[in-house]
Structures are given as structure tokens and as C-alpha cells.
Design a protein around this ligand. Sequence first.
Ligand SMILES: O=P(O)(O)OP(=O)(O)OP(=O)(O)OC[C@H]1O[C@@H](n2cnc3c(O)ncnc32)[C@H](O)[C@@H]1O
Ligand SMILES: Nc1ncnc2c1ncn2[C@@H]1O[C@H](COP(=O)(O)OP(=O)(O)O)[C@@H](O)[C@H]1O
Length: 219
Amino acid sequence: MRSVVLPSGWVYQVFTLGGAHSNPLQVISFQTHSTLSLVICVDCAMGSGPSAAGPTDACAKYRKEAIMAEQKERTFIAIKPDGVQRGIIGEVIKRFETKGFKLVGMKMLHAPQDLLEEHYIDLKERPFFPTLMKYMTSGPVVAMVWEGKGAVKTGRVMLGETNPADSKPGTIRGDFCIDVSKNIIHGSDSVDSANTEIALWFKEGDLCSYSSCAASWLY
Ligand SMILES: O=P(O)(O)OP(=O)(O)OP(=O)(O)OC[C@H]1O[C@@H](n2cnc3c(O)ncnc32)[C@H](O)[C@@H]1O
Ligand SMILES: Nc1ncnc2c1ncn2[C@@H]1O[C@H](COP(=O)(O)OP(=O)(O)O)[C@@H](O)[C@H]1O
């Protein structure tokens, strides 16, 4: 049996996959925080059984499913009232579209106060919270869900820093705004918060699952 020493902060888990798989398959997943980094089949990793002839069919199938799941990561992006009023909706959509992300949900709404209080619950004790609520209820917002590999992390890079003054040119906040209290756009900061925010702003039936003909040119 082979053994590995994991760098600090990494964990591994061994589990058995059944269900959709024709053969029950035991896999080891290596993770750091919530990021799935590597999944390997026990047969292949341990050099026993079918691995002598290469990865098992089930392993290859699981890997393919894991890659496809990676491409389905979703992030919640909202154009704030100042972004709507300043006519930046099209520019934001253009940037996410031309990057290669897939739009799977979008709606314009006057966000109710209770929704915003839930959305910004972590900031409730911050001194600027009342200003933030006044700002976010000052006009309609455009709520969107974008899908693609690394959508959360890359989405944040595309947005820039919270304070536009710290945002590099080329980022949305770096190019289109000046002040932290009017920073035109929101983007989820982790996969977990993306899932929470999407569930808060959208009902499951509001989102569209579809294949994009561009996928094979992107991945
Ligand atoms: O949630 P989003 O809106 O994407 O923002 P963020 O992740 O970049 O940043 P924070 O949660 O720290 O702050 C949430 C928002 O609160 C506002 N905000 C943060 N700090 C602020 C401050 O010092 N004064 C006024 N508004 C502030 C600003 O609109 C931020 O985008
Ligand atoms: N110091 C601040 N003053 C005014 N508004 C702020 C300040 N910090 C954050 N905000 C507002 O609160 C929002 C949420 O903050 P936060 O979640 O920290 O950042 P981000 O929006 O980049 O995820 C910001 O986008 C911004 O609109």
C-alpha cells in the first residue's frame, strides 16, 4: 500500500460511490477547505485489481462527472441600485458572457429590506449597516446567477476589491466607481455563500439548466 503525507490544511476522505455507478467505486478525495482538489479511485491509487490495465471504467466515469460538476459552479452577482441607474448592466453582463460564464438566472427587483438584512447578516453590527440598507433599497437591483468553472473566485477577481480605490483598472469596480458606499456590484465571496445567496434570492425553478454550444470551446 502506498502512503502519502498531506501538506498542512489538507484533509482526505475515503468513501464509496454507488447509485448511478454500475460498479460500487471506492474513492479518496483530497481537499483543502471546501475546494475539491483531487479525487482518485482506490483501485487505481493502490495499484491493485483493474489498475494494472489503467483506470477502471467506473473511475474514469467518476472523474468525468467530477470535471462536469466543476463546470457547474455557480455564483450570485447583483448589480446594485447605482449600477442600474448608471447604465452599467449591459457592461457587467458583457464581461461575464465574454469571459465564458453562462447566465442561468436573472431578475430585476426592488429588493425588500428583510431580504437585504438576511443577505448582509454578517455586517449587521457594522457602523455602515444602516447606510448600506438605505443604499440597497434606493432603487431596483439586477440579481443574476452565473455558472462555470471557478465562477465564484474568478467572479470576485472580475469585480475587484470592496473599496474601488483598491481595485485595479480592468476590474468592474476599478473601472466604473470611486466610493466604497457606491460600489455598483455584489459578488459571492465563497462557494458556500454563493449557495446560500442563490437560495435566498432565487427559487430553484427560476434557474435554467442548459448546455451551451460554447462549452467544448471553453473546456
Ligand atoms: O458583499 P458585497 O456587496 O459584494 O461587498 P464585499 O463583500 O466586497 O464587501 P463587504 O461584505 O465587506 O461589504 C459589503 C458592502 O458594504 C458596503 N460597505 C462595506 N464597507 C463599507 C463602508 O466602510 N462604508 C460604507 N459601505 C461599506 C459596500 O457596499 C460593500 O460592498
Ligand atoms: N466602509 C464601508 N463604507 C460603506 N459601505 C461599505 C463599506 N464597506 C463595505 N460597504 C458596503 O457593503 C457591501 C458589502 O461589504 P462586503 O461584503 O465587506 O464587501 P463586498 O461587497 O466586496 O463583498 C460592499 O459591497 C459595500 O457596498
